[in-house]
Design a protein around this ligand. Structure first.
Ligand SMILES: [Fe+2]
Length: 365
């Protein structure tokens, strides 16, 4: 291959890796996951034997490890932060540009972690991570060969550093947003739970079981979030129902049942008003539908019922069965599992029941 072809190929590989990372950024909002994708791309393109991402402490005095790849004794790196103005990483951070060491064994700047030298790492290249002019950390790569990294490698690594920064900042914002949503939603859920002493903590547990299934099914981050929100709010429509009906110890009469049957509709109407939660409407509206079409409010069946609502139905029923109610004591877990199996394919989506039982079994291990 000619020199030009080689150079072109190198550029293309870099672009491809950059594109892959961009895809990762837009398809996942979890900072850890994005960082590992950035590190994978860096390893491949920069031929790195090890990669570390360190972030500045709040007081800007220390750099502590956020993620690492290729370091055998990674736990030791995690234990101790380094001074923000020291070493090769410190130099990159202070000068705001790449810093290179041809051989950390012979480099006077490299005073930290003598044991790290035993990992046979020699070359080191550090670039600063900064966001909107604010320094936030350092991205470092190591290679086992001495004098491996050159000045132009600093430029390429800076490109990845920019991506890592955007990813970190995006993830932080999304995580904050999710936290804000969740706390608003939990407050709403607490209001529902307060109303009925027997269902206290119900929304929290339905949320836990629903997330178990959503994860087991490998649903996207966004859908998992929606299912979690819906779980907290599925019974919000009970807010207008008289406590005497909700807590009635005996069986309900026809009129009382009619009132209870209204709660999915009332709940979805409440959620409809909260623009940003509109996507939860079908889950809340259909959480009492049954797989065989004998549920309410619309007698939908099979796949006509949204997956989120089918998940909710299993989580809701399982927690209801295993909790004490006004009209009966709690069922042992084993019995509740038998009930789910007995109603598999009639009340519940068989696939969802299977997913739930396998997720539960894994949790037990
Ligand atoms: Fe309900």
């Amino acid at each position: 291959m000619s020199k030009e072809r080689k150079a072109l190929q190198k550029r293309l590989n870099t672009l491809l890796a950059v594109w892959k990372v961009n895809q990762a950024i837009t398809s996942t909002l979890k900072s850890k996951k994005v960082l590992f994708q950035v590190m994978d791309a860096v390893t491949e393109i920069m031929k790195a034997d090890a990669v570390t991402i360190r972030l500045l402490s709040k007081d800007k005095k220390r750099l502590s490890l956020k993620a690492a790849k290729g370091i055998v004794k990674e736990h030791r790196l995690k234990k101790r932060s380094i001074r923000a103005d020291d070493g090769v990483a410190g130099e990159a951070l202070s000068n705001g540009k790449p810093a290179i060491s041809g051989n950390i064994l012979k480099d006077k700047r490299y005073t930290y972690f003598p044991w790290l030298k035993k990992e046979k790492l020699r070359s080191l290249l550090c670039v600063p991570l900064s966001f909107k002019g604010r320094k936030i950390g350092v991205l470092s790569i190591y290679n086992k060969k001495p004098s491996f990294y050159k000045k132009e490698d600093g430029e390429t690594l800076t490109m990845f550093a920019n991506q890592a920064t955007i990813a970190l900042e995006n993830a932080r914002l999304f995580e904050e947003l999710h936290k804000n949503y969740l706390s608003t939603i939990k407050t709403l859920a607490a209001i529902i739970d307060l109303k009925d002493k027997y269902t206290r903590g119900h929304s929290e547990k339905v949320s836990y079981y629903s997330l178990l299934m959503a994860e087991e099914l490998g649903l996207s981050q966004r859908r998992q979030e929606l299912i979690q929100y819906a779980a907290y709010l599925h019974d919000i429509g009970k807010i207008g129902i008289n406590i005497a009906i909700l807590q009635k110890p005996g069986p309900l009469n026809a009129r009382e049942w009619a009132v209870i049957h209204q709660h999915p509709l009332n709940g979805s109407a409440i959620i409809q008003q909260l623009g940003f939660l509109k996507e939860l409407v079908p889950i809340i509206l259909y959480h009492h539908e049954r797989y065989n079409g004998k549920g309410y409010p619309e007698k939908k069946k099979n796949d006509e019922i949204p997956l989120g609502a089918r998940i909710m139905a299993v989580a809701d029923a399982f927690d209801a069965m295993t909790s004490t109610r006004a009209y009966r004591p709690a069922l042992p877990r084993k019995k509740a599992i038998e009930e789910l199996k007995r109603n598999r394919g009639t009340q519940f989506d068989p696939m969802v029941v299977d997913v739930f039982l396998s997720a539960l079994a894994k949790k037990k291990k």
